[in-house]
Design a protein around this ligand. Sequence first.
Ligand code: 13P
Ligand code: SF4
Length: 343
Amino acid sequence: MVEEVLDAEERASLKTRIKTLMKEQDAVLVAHYYTSADLQDLAEETGGCVSDSLEMARFGHAHPARTLTVAGVKFMGETAKILNPEKRVLMPDLGAECSLDLACPADEFTAFCDAHPDRLSVVYANTSAEVKARADWVVTSGIAVKIVKYLHQQGHKLLWAPDRHLGEYVRRVSGADMILWQGSCVVHEAFKAEALKSLHAAHPAAAVLVHPESPESVIALADIVGSTTQLIEAVRTLPNPEFIVATDNGIFHKMHAAAPGKTLIEAPTAGEGATCVSCAHCPWMAMNGLRKLAAVLESAAVGKRSANEIHVEESVGQRARRSIQKMLDFAAAEKAGRIQLGD
Ligand code: 13P
Ligand code: SF4
């Protein structure tokens, strides 16, 4: 999937049209860091937000707009709908999936839980509404370690789904007893440790930033492991002049803005000797674009039912809301210092 290509004139005219439609429809745009620079800029220009999946959920929930337009992948739109059943949630392309979500069908996940009734289930946000409805807890990469540490300290044994690399990382850091589902992210799984070592040797002053959906051998080389927001924060705050970044290259737009003087280098997704250096871009995130956003808002003029609207069955939504809300409540309590985590 190739991202849309626009010339300056078409970009400007689409943005103007979208801004008018958003006002007419009381809509706000919530975009992920992996979507196009155009969508990220538009979200900020119109009072929306660009963030990681935890903040996307929080922002959409707190914002008063009656329509949430979510630029990202389907689980992000579903999370917005689950938390805001009274709002209309639209997406530029409902075909924007996620390999983690696809790797964890609800019936198989239910059987996994049923086979381990003595364990609490913790699922990554990159899952369907049905899987979230069956789970005890939902987490995002930004808060997974803290929640699992907390549950471990409460004496719980856990089931984890679907990302095996993130699960492995969380298990290592927290020391929790976890049984892992074996899904993976097609983008992060492609990062190569040996090629990363060579690249780092050529740039010894660089800090290595890694998203925890990457393989263990790549995480082992990281100076910082974190969610997309945490990696952007590292570029802004660390003193290094250079950074090697192992996550989707859509994030470079915000990283450049956060630290304009610093050099950002893509971590290799191909082995040594290959001609392609890095192609770390999510094919589903790339399905979002200004043209599709304009078309969706046009088709969804107030009162019309849009083909790109997210629907979640009410009983599924209610149960999924409970496990997502636990995460949001935990995040708020932790921020306010009401939860103390040991090492
Ligand atoms: P973040 O929550 O870190 O933004 O991750 C979402 C995602 O899909 C990463 O591939
Ligand atoms: Fe899913 Fe990976 Fe794409 Fe994130 S980058 S949405 S985890 S496939």
